[in-house]
Design a protein. Structure first.
Length: 451
């Protein structure tokens, strides 16, 4: 059916109440949380756009599958169904379940990296970078030069700089690069997609030098749908066919199933290398659990098995991409600076352009996120100098939309609050750090307003 109106391709079967707070209450709550939205109680958040990771609503088919969950410690049939579903899409020989994506990253980099190594990526996200660095390696971002300009319009702004990758290999030597990662979609780069042409070029260069290519597959379904919409030659292919083609270019992947796995917990690590798989499973047993459950309950494996397939349904993806763009387009038409074009899972406000009077060292992204909470109880997340310190390329505020959770009315409210803050942006003050952890500091940092 072809209509102008794209609506939610589901009916609401169960609801959860959300609690209103006053501005005075939010001022006290924010102060008690040291101006860090991660430290807020979720019950005091009205619209929670902190992350789309594990915060979506599961389908009736997923809840039904949960009842099939088998909790056997070893050899559970739930693992067999999980593995079959994952291999149907991803195609890799070995599927290793983990409790979430960062556990897959830790195992991968612990096995493949050593001090002094270099791991290129189109753009590392926070846990990816932290796990690379924890293994003693250097995380190098190779986005397109144009991707560093939020206002630039490109259909595949998440692509890796292939010439930059070739130059890096020549400069540091192939022996120092244990693997290359390609993140789809490019989260830290504004949720921007990667083209099949770019993935193919990166794969060819990696294989020319004998370097394994791994895909950070958190939002693989959204990336596949962007390829269908924007890349010549793919309009008649299904999202599943497109995803299968992309994964065929790689040697393995990491996955947080809390994103396009449509589940509330879980992830996996895949590889085609028998020797690496054995080493990874040994480390998995040490820290996660037996290889047929990997830190997950059997019911979680069942939910992921259904969820990865549901994430590729065209009706869902059409709604998902359109609803995200709806938020971005409505605030951009009033002058709010965002990363263009709108991404798949989130809208990224350019906090540096929104608050040009706040210097980088006073965390304009954190200041803007705090103001959105004070004005309307909306929780978002800074992706900038607090999260990435010296590695920050931009100062962004990400509004990540949970899957199948909020309606258009909720998004209309978010638009209204953002525009109210936009009108009085000159009054917003910067923040300074009073406490920071030695790694992933944005999760637990304490800040206070600058006088």
């Amino acid at each position: 059916m072809s209509t102008k109106t794209i609506f939610e391709p589901f009916r609401i079967k169960s609801v959860e109440p959300i609690r209103w707070t006053t501005r005075a209450q939010r001022e006290d709550l924010l102060r008690a949380a040291h101006y860090n939205l991660f430290l807020l109680p979720a019950g005091d958040v009205l619209i929670d756009l902190l992350t789309d990771s594990g915060t979506g609503a599961m389908s009736t088919h997923q809840w039904a599958a949960i009842m099939e969950g088998d909790e056997s410690y070893a050899g559970s049939p739930s693992f067999d169904r999980f593995k079959k579903s994952v291999q149907n899409i991803f195609g890799f020989a070995h599927v290793i379940p983990t409790h979430q994506g960062r556990a897959a990253e830790r195992i991968l980099f612990s096995v493949m990296c050593k001090p002094g190594d270099v791991v290129p990526n189109n753009t590392h996200f926070d846990t990816t970078r932290a796990n690379v660095e924890s293994a003693g390696a250097e995380a190098v971002d190779l986005p397109l030069p144009e991707a560093r300009l939020p206002e630039t319009q490109l259909p595949f702004k998440g692509n890796m700089d292939v010439a930059g990758l070739e130059a890096l290999i020549a400069r540091v030597g192939r022996e120092r690069i244990p693997l290359v990662m390609l993140t789809v979609t490019n989260n830290s780069g504004g949720g921007q997609p990667v083209s099949m042409e770019n993935a193919r070029a990166v794969s060819a260069l990696c294989h020319k030098h004998g370097i394994p290519l791994y895909i950070d597959a958190c939002r693989f379904a959204e990336n596949a749908y962007f390829i269908k919409l924007r890349e010549p030659g793919y309009a008649d292919k299904s999202p599943k066919q497109i995803a299968q083609e992309m994964f065929s270019l790689a040697d393995g992947c990491t996955m947080s199933a809390k994103k396009d796995g449509m589940a509330n917990i879980g992830g996996f690590l895949c590889t085609n290398n028998d020797i690496l798989a054995r080493q990874e499973k040994d480390l998995l047993i040490l820290t996660e659990g037996y290889p047929t459950y990997g830190g997950l309950a059997g019911r979680d494996l069942e939910a992921i098995a259904v969820g990865v397939q549901e994430s590729l349904e065209e009706d869902y993806l059409r709604y998902r991409i359109a609803s995200t763009a709806y938020l971005g387009d409505h605030i951009a038409e009033h002058g709010v600076p965002i990363v263009q074009p709108p991404g798949g899972h989130a809208i990224y406000i350019d906090a540096k352009a929104f608050l040009p009077h706040i210097p980088q060292q006073q965390f304009p992204g954190v200041a803007l996120a705090a103001e959105l909470y004070l004005e309307g109880g909306i929780r978002s997340v800074e992706i900038g100098s607090l999260m990435f310190a010296a590695a920050a390329r931009m100062e962004l505020v990400r509004l990540a939309i949970p899957r199948r959770t909020y309606t258009q009315s909720h998004i209309d409210y978010v638009v209204e609050i953002i525009l109210k803050v936009w009108q009085r942006r000159a009054l917003i003050k910067g923040l300074r750090l009073t406490y920071e952890a030695p790694f992933l500091r944005h999760f637990t940092a304490h800040l206070e307003p600058v006088d």
